[in-house]
Design a protein around this ligand. Sequence first.
Ligand SMILES: C[S@@+](CC[C@H](N)C(=O)[O-])C[C@H]1O[C@@H](n2cnc3c(N)ncnc32)[C@H](O)[C@@H]1O
Length: 280
Amino acid sequence: MPPAMPADRARLLLVRAAPLLRLPTSPDRPPEVLPDGSGLRCSATSTTYPYRDGVLDVLGDTLEKTATQHLLDTPLTAWSYDRFRGWLTRALGTPDFPEEVAQIQQRLQVQAGDTVLDLACGHGNFTVEWAKRVGPEGLLIGLDISKAMLARAARHASRWGLANVLLIRGDAHRLPLADECLRKVNCSGGFHQFPDLAQALAEIGRVSAKGATLAASTFSQRPNDSRAGVKRWMKRRFQLHFVPLAWLGEELATLGYTDYESSLPGGWFGYTSARKAEES
Ligand SMILES: C[S@@+](CC[C@H](N)C(=O)[O-])C[C@H]1O[C@@H](n2cnc3c(N)ncnc32)[C@H](O)[C@@H]1O
C-alpha cells in the first residue's frame, strides 16, 4: 500500500480534476469534492465515491469481468505483471519499454502542462512516464478496472513524488469524464481486453476534444497468421481479441478521426494513432 496522501494534497488534486470528471449518477455536471479530500459527492443524488489509498473508485462492485480481467485483478498477478512485463513483452515481440515510450511520445507529443488520459493504465508504467513530462502544471489521469493494478500504480506515483496523477478505478466503456475534455489519450495494451471495443472507442471519441490525439497498442490480427489457432483459443479461454487494424481505422473514421496510422512490426502487438478532426 502506498503511504497515505495528506488530505490537503488529495483535496487539491480532486479539485483540479473535478471539472473534467462526471460521475455515473450525474453524467451532466461536475462532482463536488468532499472537504476532507476523501472522495467526491454526486450533486444530484448525494452518492459518494471514495478516494482511498491514491485511487478514486467510481466503479464499485457492479462490473462483470472477463477471465483476463479477473486474472489481472489479484495482487499476485499485478505484482508479476509489474515485475516481469519486460520479459513478457519481449517474448511477444514488443520493443523495450523506453523504446515503446519514445515511439508513443512521437505520436502524442506530451509536454508540460498537458492533461493526458492513460486508459487501461495497469500498474502505471506509462502514467508515470507521462506524469513526469506534463510536470506540476499538467494532469495525468490513469484509469483501469483492476484494484490490484491501480494499487501498484499508486505506489509508483507516490515513489516518484508525483502530485499530478489521479488514478481512477473505472470502466473504459463508461468513462467518468466530460465530453471533449481531453487532447491526448494513450491506451497501451487495453483494446484487446475490452469486451466491446466499439463502445470503448465511442467513449474515447466522446471525451476527446477536436484535434485530440489517440495512441494505442493492442494485440492485433495479421494476414496469414501462423498463430491463428492459438489466438482463437485465447479468445475462447480468456476473451482476448486480436483486433484487425483496418477495422480499427474504419471505426475511428466513423467517430470523426483522421490521420490514422498503424504498424504491425512483427510480434503480437500492433500500434496505431489517429487525430480527431478539427471540424466534424
Ligand atoms: C495488459 S495491461 C496494460 C497495462 C499498461 N497499460 C501496459 O501497457 O503495461 C491491460 C490493463 O487493461 C485493464 N482493463 C481491462 N479491461 C478494462 C476496462 N474495461 N476498462 C479499463 N481498464 C481495463 C486491465 O485491468 C489491465 O490493467
